[in-house]
Design a protein around this ligand. Structure first.
Ligand SMILES: [Zn+2]
Length: 411
């Protein structure tokens, strides 16, 4: 099938390209149907469908985060939160409009719009990732104090358990409740899943800084082992780096000195970025994929879709070269911001999974290695294990973003 999009301006050409991404079109010869976006006019006698200007504009607004550009509202970390948004965060609006468009096209030409089958027969994909912020509970006095304070509020048993953990971590780094890499790797090996592991590069003194360095032997050995198991290594932009090209380039070089090969993927620590400044900073780097765009305080669809999409450079009024894999579900969102217990957390995550499964897109999931201990995160290890079990039962393709992108657009 050949569908011509007739668009008058760059922003609508971008919307058209992103709408058509999941479609298996053969753009040779005369079109079966023309989709006019905004005020575009088709020539000739081809059947036409119009996507009206206000719908096209609202999709552009959602995909390229215009809402965020138009406001100064920010939390203590300088982030735009879901709670500031006037958009329906829980609704993948772009995907809903694409389905409506498909139905209108089918009514006119009598055949369904064919879809790509990028996931090799799997009903949907999961971009599973792990942001490595902290690997040692035992070494950080601030973190130990914060954990003990939380445990104390929960009673004497929790306090004893937390003290025991801290002591064990101090004696043996491998028994540190944050060193959960063996568990995570074993789980993924069991299900045949692969994921992306985002590392920062240098320790720092602030609580927002990582507590490890790439120069540590066991971190370098971990990265090598992950690569050998087919996982992807990404850059976790430092707290101050997401809007700073030079820092990103330096961090990429540091990480690539350990990986021995190009790093293609990255995500902002704390999801701390503002849209256009992130796009501008990425412009100078060799990164091909960013996965920062999800809300810390709410699960759902910040860019209105479960499909990867190009970022848009508002300063240049054209698509940026980087692909965004939106992040939809994060462990900390469920427990810390939404205050879910484990059961409710699992239900909340699976409700987003259901929407992505219906659409056949990519579910973006972040789970931290430091969110699996059984004192502060009691019951959450089972949530993670249950999520993986659900993906396996669904027959989902769980793979790094770089693998998924290649399947989707052949890059
Ligand atoms: Zn982080």
């Amino acid at each position: 099938m050949n569908i011509d999009f007739v668009t008058g301006e760059a922003r609508f050409a971008y919307v058209a390209e992103m709408l058509a991404l999941p479609w298996a079109l053969t753009p040779d010869g005369s079109p079966d149907v023309a989709v006019m976006v905004g005020s575009g006019e088709a020539s000739g006698s081809v059947a036409t469908v119009r996507l009206d200007e206000s719908t096209a504009a609202s999709l552009f607004r959602r995909l390229t985060r215009l809402e965020e550009l138009a406001t100064d509202r920010a939390d203590a970390h300088g982030r735009f939160l879901a709670t500031y948004s006037a958009e329906p965060v829980g609704e993948p609006t772009v995907d809903v409009v694409r389905r409506q468009l498909e139905q209108r096209i089918e009514r006119i030409i009598g055949t369904p719009v064919p879809r790509k089958q990028p996931w090799g027969g799997a009903p949907y994909a999961v971009a599973l990732s792990h942001d490595v912020d902290a690997v040692r509970l035992g070494r950080s006095a601030k973190r130990v104090a914060a954990r003990l304070a939380r445990a104390t509020r929960r009673g004497p048993r929790a306090t004893v358990a937390a003290l025991g953990q801290s002591a064990a971590a101090f004696v043996s780094p491998e028994r540190d409740p944050f060193w959960t890499f063996d568990y995570l790797r074993e789980q993924e090996r069991h299900f045949g899943f692969q994921s992306t592991w985002n590392f920062q590069t240098r320790p720092g003194r602030r609580i927002v800084d990582p507590d490890y360095s790439l120069s540590e032997k066991r971190i370098a050995a971990l990265i090598t082992a992950l690569e050998e198991e087919g996982h992807d290594i990404g850059l976790h932009y430092h707290y101050d780096s997401a809007e700073d090209s030079e820092r990103l380039i330096a961090e990429l070089q540091e990480l690539q000195a350990v990986t021995g090969r190009p790093v293609h993927t990255g995500r902002a620590h704390y999801l701390r970025f503002s849209y256009q400044r992130l796009v501008t900073a990425l412009r100078g780097t060799a990164l091909r994929i960013d996965t920062s765009i999800g809300y810390p305080d709410q699960v759902g669809f910040r860019t209105g879709t479960c499909w990867p999409h190009l970022l848009f450079d508002h300063d240049r009024d054209q698509p940026a070269p980087q692909w965004e894999f939106p992040m939809h579900v994060m462990d900390g969102t469920l427990r810390t911001y939404l205050q879910c217990g484990p059961e409710e957390g699992l239900r909340t995550a699976l409700a987003i999974r259901d929407q992505v499964r219906n659409e056949g897109g990519v579910l973006g999931v972040v789970w931290h290695n430091s969110s699996l201990d059984e004192v502060n995160w009691r019951g959450w290890r089972a949530v993670y294990a249950n999520l993986l079990q659900e993906f396996a039962s669904d027959g989902a393709l769980v793979a790094p973003e770089s693998v998924l992108l290649e399947r989707l657009v052949g890059q």
